[in-house]
Design a protein around this ligand. Structure first.
Ligand code: 6R9
Length: 645
């Protein structure tokens, strides 16, 4: 039995939703979705109000539409509608990489900046429906660029600044972006990231991209291509400070975001305008129990979905104060997070388990020497949080006062799906607890049989669903159906395994497909494998995840070299660097095992189950190896694994 943490009295006093209200709303959301979402759909401003609420089918061709006859503009919802009341209220607190650099940007300022960029983009020929790739560091211009796209009706695709030129090029080509917005260099932990140089390399192979807007962040020496590249600051200085937002249909795409799947190239997840904003804003308000004036900080990067929904769209739609941090948790010291909390009097703090685990390793003193008295609520996202990290976060960071919302969701889901609500849910360390409104988790076994009661299984989601769900994959509806709706008929398959306990609480156990989660970043094993085999000395590679103290999962690569090549320390380093160059530093293999052979079935399929066990040092339960073409391969692999310790 795990320990239970009841709702603290202090939280219960002011919380927006208590347990009775949770139960009542949840029941209604799944029994009368049209009534429930018809009401909550009104939390945002519509140009033309919707008359239809839900039109969803998880079978056949799979079609997901919400509020389909309504029209709106997301940027107007995040900015214009707040101006009467909040023109001079801070919208974004920006904290630079350097602790001496920070800024407060009001709703009035942000509105003007977004209007200016929207006008500048229009002058460059960007129209409704065009794709714009954003490759920016964590600076306010990232939010400005997102909102300017939304304002003119362009579909943004943000590529994380840590991705390589090749990875960036692939994402530009897939959606034919016509404009790219970047910076000269990024700044993280005192180190410069050569964003513009990466862009120059990427664009050598991208014909669709006609213009580049460059924000000056560091003033570093970069090359500007005449006719193609424009300085951000010149364009916005010339542009008009007001702009009429473009009227969008609820089902027009708002953004696409590439994420890793179990096979093939990254998938362009498509989110649309109306349902996404309703869901992002509603979850932001209730999951974080956001009250007027609260200072809210989500430490994610805008390159990931968490940054989209919970730094920019959810908070700004709610007129909240959202903190954006350019730096990293251990620069200049390992107290940085807590120094920032004290400096800006942060009330709500949302981060990833990997950050907690790495700070936990530094001991309590760097935390305890800060005040953190402003904190009221803590959050976790990105991967399962182990109970040790959970209790440390609760006891040390939150001084035992602050509830933790462990929020389970995915790029595909647009917003948080399984989570505690601070005033409603008793917590169990390591459990994401209960579903948010509209979300109907179903546990199924490998054969697709629905399992009842306290069980472990594959986590699926049944209708009615929630309005923030992805609608398709960019340019590939067939792959969308195959990836998410073909495994279990009539249900969305999450790719995660989970356990449901006797109280109906969900415990996410991790991916059950060939996706690994490294420090909360999704990585397809197939992507790392294809990067490895692209190296001239590699004949074959198989990549699996293995337990890693800080990262949650590490990347374990089995590599077979081409005949005549010898393993060496130099080659190991070369391969690690090669993968960094092909994909980006987040894909660097942690361990490479030289493997003269890989365990394959007689039909040539690599038996990853066995490779996972060996990587986990779990040799006792390899399961059935009788279908292997050459069972001796396994013994060789185990021998060399053991010799490396
Ligand atoms: C939001 C985000 C999604 C995958 C998801 C799952 C894992 C995320 C989690 C969690 C356990 C949590 N995951 N939150 N696992 N508990 N609270 O992270 O999106 O990058 O698409 O990753 O991350 O495995 O399937 P994304």
């Amino acid at each position: 039995m795990s320990e239970v943490y009841p709702v603290p009295a202090e939280t219960a006093k002011n919380a927006l939703i208590d347990n009775d209200k949770y139960n009542e709303w949840y029941e209604r959301s799944v029994k009368d979705p049209d009534g429930f979402w018809g009401e909550h759909g009104k939390r945002i401003d519509w140009i033309k109000p919707f008359t239809k609420v839900k039109n969803v089918s998880y079978s056949g061709d799979v079609s997901i539409k919400w509020f389909e006859d309504g029209t709106l503009n997301v940027s107007a919802n995040c900015l214009d509608r707040h101006l009467a009341k909040r023109r001079d209220q801070t919208a974004i607190i920006w904290e630079g990489d350097d602790p001496n650099e920070s800024a407060h940007i009001t709703y009035g300022d942000l509105h003007e900046r977004v209007c200016r960029l929207a006008n500048a983009m229009t002058d460059l020929g960007v129209k409704k429906g065009d794709r714009v790739t954003i490759y920016l560091p964590m600076i306010p211009e990232a939010a400005v660029a997102m909102l300017a796209c939304a304002r003119v009706g362009a579909v943004h695709s943000i590529v994380f600044g840590g991705f390589s030129p090749d990875a960036l090029a692939g994402r530009i080509q897939d959606c034919d972006s016509s404009l790219l917005i970047t910076a000269d260099e990024g700044l993280r932990g005192g180190r410069k990231v050569p964003l513009k140089a990466n862009v120059d390399k990427a664009l050598e192979t991208c014909w669709s991209c006609k213009s580049v807007i460059v924000v000056k962040r560091t003033g570093g020496d970069i090359h500007m291509v005449t006719g193609r590249d424009h300085w951000y600051h010149d364009l916005v200085a010339k542009a008009a400070p007001t702009h009429t937002p473009v009227e969008m249909s609820a089902e027009d795409p708002l953004f696409l975001l590439y994420t890793s799947g179990s096979t093939g190239k990254p998938k362009g997840v498509v989110h649309t305008t109306g349902g996404y904003l309703v869901y992002a804003s509603m979850t932001h308000q209730y999951v974080f129990d956001y009250h007027e004036g609260d200072i809210y900080w989500c430490t994610a990067d805008v390159g990931w979905v968490t940054g989209h929904s919970y730094i920019v769209y959810g908070p700004l739609a709610n007129g909240a104060i959202t903190l954006m941090f350019e730096g990293i948790p251990n620069y200049p010291t390992v107290s940085r997070f807590w120094d920032v909390v004290d400096k800006h009097k942060v009330n709500i703090f949302y981060t990833a388990p990997t950050a907690i685990r790495s700070l936990m390793r530094e001991g309590e003193e760097p935390v305890k020497k800060t005040s953190r008295a402003s904190l009221r609520l803590l959050g976790s996202v990105g991967e399962p949080i182990n109970p040790e990290a959970w209790t440390w976060y609760h006891r040390v960071v939150g001084d035992g006062r602050c509830p933790i919302v462990d929020t389970w969701w995915q790029t595909e889901t647009g917003g948080i799906l399984i989570t505690p609500l601070p005033g409603a849910t008793a917590l169990k360390p390591g459990s994401a607890t209960r579903p948010f409104f509209g979300v109907k988790p179903v546990m199924v076994d490998a054969e697709g049989k629905t399992l009842e009661g306290a069980v472990e299984g594959n986590l699926c989601l049944a209708e009615p669903g929630w309005p923030g769900q992805m609608r398709t994959l960019w340019g590939d509806h067939e792959r969308f159906k195959q990836s998410y709706f073909a495994t279990y008929q009539g249900m969305y398959f999450t790719g995660d395994g989970a356990r449901r306990d006797e109280d109906g609480y969900y415990w996410i156990t991790g991916r059950v497909d060939d996706v690994i989660n490294v420090s909360g970043h999704r990585m397809g094993t197939a992507e790392v494998e294809s990067a490895l085999v692209a190296h001239p000395k590699v004949a074959e590679a198989a990549v699996v995840g293995y337990p890693h103290d800080i990262k949650g999962q590490g990347i374990y690569a089995y590599v077979t070299l081409v005949a005549g090549e010898e393993p060496s320390e130099d080659l190991r380093k070369e391969l690690v660097n090669w993968v960094r160059k092909e994909i980006g530093p987040i894909a660097s293999p942690d361990l490479i095992q030289w493997s003269p052979g890989l365990p394959k079935t007689r039909s040539g399929k690599i038996m990853r189950r066995i490779l996972r066990k060996i990587a986990e040092n779990d040799f006792g339960s390899l399961g059935d190896t009788s279908t292997l073409a050459d069972p001796g391969v396994v013994d060789d692999l185990i021998d060399s694994r053991m010799n490396r310790g």
